[in-house]
Design a binder for this molecule. Structure first.
Ligand SMILES: *[C@@H]1O[C@H](CO)[C@@H](O)[C@H](O)[C@H]1NC(C)=O
Length: 485
């Protein structure tokens, strides 16, 4: 192979460029620099979690910012907290994860179709009203865990946090019907001085209809909530109020939550769920006086890392914002307007209407980003073209573009960028482009929707290591790179 002195330092990338260009040495240098700009150089090993928990310094030493550490529910950090050790909570395979993900997505999409139908019909839909046609099941249960305190004295509970649902709940004694196995002791309202039942006639009880999609029940004048998730998990129980302790300085009295008496499903040993959606019963709305509906998180780059969830502010200064679009998916979701996608620095030739027809949301609980079919096929062909030096491997469930990288230590991966309304450009980190099942099956971590009208979803694989800021009062969502560090 012929190399010039100037390009020898970049010989790895240069090899690739010889395949595409036959320019002079000078032209090659420029192209090599562009290559550096538009490609990630990825250590293959960095795509796999380690067996032990890497606690990042930011999540443990920044008490002043009130950051709650965030773990993946199946990773070693959750294990360190003894969440997944029980025999019931086996570590799911990639196939199982992607199948559960698909059922969450199906639920979100059916909910959003109904919301769209309601908006187009006689029913007025505003940000705060109930969507009458809403599905009775909410989305699958999400993947990331934080620990909060509940009751007096405060009991520590690890909950899955979810921007795609609203009601916070935990399993409660006496587990009248059934509780699944969780690692922490199950919350017992009778040993808390601050627990109160909500009565059936309370306004907050009626508010459950819009928050859960289910009409609340009534049992000896106590309000009964029920939530089903798309993956057929559910929680049913008494609706109550409690003292919620997020951090030592951030304590909320009379926080509405579900005290689950019949719980089943796929919660990975977590004690319940923290609802961060936009409905008025969500944690975000209930704490609006203090935090002004502002929160942010960073999801760690692997299941062995830690991130954070914080309320009332953003940790990073250089956050780029785009407006929340309120129609997409119904008023409980955080809607986004995607306007374009680039691969390796080149904008895909997909018309903006492809994105606007479907609309999109951002969701902490969906794993793989879903795109309109035309957008996904353009992304896939651009990606395949720019990855053509690597051998294709076997498809993995919904992921149809996989590579056998078992012979490589380092790979050069085209950058993927999203352009949002307002001109906001967000580069997806390398860990958000590839979903690695094994070195011989490393896949493009995006999928196409079945129908052009299905809503797009920015999933949590793509959000990894970005700080994502939800500014509900300001009506905007923001992104900052390098968020977990
Ligand atoms: C809450 O209501 C349920 C059902 O009526 C009842 O069994 C339970 O004892 C009540 N708890 C409190 C603390 O009042």
């Amino acid at each position: 192979m012929a190399t010039t002195p100037a390009s020898s330092a970049f010989s790895f990338s240069f090899t690739f460029f010889l395949l595409l260009s036959f320019k002079t040495a000078n032209g090659d240098v420029i192209k090599v620099q562009q290559q550096q700009l538009h490609f990630h150089t990825v250590q293959l090993s960095s795509l796999f979690p380690s067996d032990s928990c890497d606690v990042s310094p930011s999540s443990s030493e920044t008490q002043d910012l009130n950051k709650l550490p965030v773990f993946h529910k199946h990773g070693p950090c959750a294990q360190a907290q003894q969440l997944t050790r029980s025999t019931n909570n086996h570590k799911p395979t990639a196939d199982e994860i992607l199948r559960q993900d698909e059922s969450r997505v199906q639920t979100i999409q059916s909910r959003s179709r109904k919301a769209a139908a309601a908006a187009g019909g006689d029913v007025m839909v505003t940000d705060s009203t109930t969507i009458p046609a809403k599905d009775g099941s909410t989305v699958g249960s999400g993947n990331y865990i934080v620990t909060v305190g509940l009751g007096t004295p405060a009991r520590q509970l690890s909950l899955i946090f979810d921007t795609g649902s609203d009601v916070t709940w935990t399993q409660c004694q006496p587990c009248v019907r059934s509780c699944y196995q969780q690692q922490e002791k199950i919350f017992d309202p009778s040993s808390s001085a601050s627990y109160r039942n909500v009565s059936c006639s309370a306004a907050s009880c009626s508010a459950l209809s819009s928050a859960t999609g289910n009409t609340p029940g009534c049992s000896s004048s106590t309000c009964v909530y029920g939530i089903q998730y798309g993956d057929s998990s559910f929680s049913v129980g008494f609706f109550g109020t409690e003292k919620l302790t997020l951090t030592s300085t951030d304590v909320f009295d009379n926080f509405f939550f579900g005290c689950g008496q019949n719980n089943q499903g796929n919660f990975g040993g977590a004690a319940g769920l923290l609802g961060l959606g936009r409905d008025k019963l969500s944690l975000v709305s209930q704490t609006a006086q203090k935090y002004n509906k502002l929160f942010s998180y960073c999801l760690p780059s692997s299941s062995s890392g830690t991130g954070f969830l914080t309320f009332g502010g953003a940790a990073t200064k250089s956050v780029k914002y785009t407006p929340i679009s309120s129609i997409a998916g119904g008023s409980n979701f955080y809607g986004l307007d995607i306007t374009a996608i680039s691969v390796g620095g080149r904008k895909l030739s997909v018309s903006a209407t492809v994105f606007s027809t479907a609309g999109a949301i951002i969701d902490s609980g969906t794993v793989i980003t879903r795109l309109p079919p035309a957008a996904y096929s353009a992304l896939r062909s651009a990606f395949r073209q720019q990855m053509s030096r690597y051998p294709l491997g076997q498809a993995l469930s919904i992921l149809d573009t996989c590579y056998d990288l078992s012979k490589y230590k380092t790979v050069s991966v085209p950058k993927v960028g999203f352009l949002f309304a307002g001109g906001t450009e967000v580069d997806i980190e390398a860990v958000g482009i590839l979903y690695a099942n094994s070195p011989s099956q490393v896949c493009l971590a995006f999928a196409g929707n079945g129908d052009a009208s299905d809503i797009g979803i920015l999933g949590n694989v793509q959000q990894q290591t970005l700080e994502v800021v939800y500014d509900g009062a300001g009506g905007r969502v923001g992104f900052a790179s390098g968020g977990c560090s």
